[in-house]
Write a protein that binds this ligand. Structure first.
Ligand SMILES: [Zn+2]
Length: 204
């Protein structure tokens, strides 16, 4: 197959033109193996096209009741990008349930995120989340104590829970290029940061 044919095909697909008459007629009568649709859907050529183009071609073939429409290839680069990577679950309920403890840690930091320093303000109210470093309950069995709780904004809370950053013993956060802020009144059990990191690295 000449390269020019593929370029021409891609051109037609990218043009957004609706005039597929000739191709679809030939597909309908199954007389053209190299119809644009068929070409697009031949698995070895799929990586040349975007998912949208492939899906459009599939839809056109379906409208024609074309038999044996090939499936989209799993290893198409776009498919891989779109595929959700598996994430290791840390905790579904990592917000501190004990209202007093939650209030305590937030007041220690005046609702300022210990990672980014942002305070969310809504009128005369401030918002922050109290987050366990090592989640309480199975399988983690972290303690419900102030030395296992951080004051974080919702973004950094979520990021922490999906393993988007780890905190070192010296409170450095290399992945974000920042250091966790800590007031001297707040003792933090740094072993729990090690546990968090190990969990996501598959060692815990
Ligand atoms: Zn933050």
């Amino acid at each position: 197959m000449r390269v020019g044919a593929y370029e021409a095909t891609t051109d037609i697909l990218n043009s957004g033109r609706d005039n597929w008459g000739g191709f679809t007629e030939l597909v309908l009568h199954q007389r053209l193996d190299l119809s644009v649709e068929n070409l697009v859907l031949q698995q070895q050529w799929q990586p040349l096209f975007s998912i949208e183009q492939l899906e459009n071609a599939r839809r056109r073939l379906q409208r024609l009741d074309y038999p044996d429409i090939p499936v989209l290839l799993e290893n198409n680069p776009e498919t891989v990008i779109d595929a959700k990577p598996e994430r290791r679950e840390y905790s579904a309920n990592s917000i501190v349930r004990d209202a007093n403890l939650a209030k305590q840690v937030k007041e220690l930091y005046d609702y300022k995120c210990q990672a980014c320093g942002i305070v969310l303000v809504a009128g005369n109210r401030k918002y922050a989340e109290a987050a366990h470093i090592k989640p309480v309950g199975e399988p983690h069995n972290g303690s419900d104590t102030l030395n296992n709780i951080l004051c974080l904004c919702p973004n950094h809370h979520k990021l922490f829970d999906i393993g988007g950053f780890f905190v070192e013993d010296d409170l450095e956060i290399p992945m974000l290029g920042i250091r966790l802020f800590k007031v001297k009144e707040h003792d933090i059990c740094v072993e729990n940061f090690t546990y968090h990191k190990n969990w996501f690295e598959g060692n815990a």
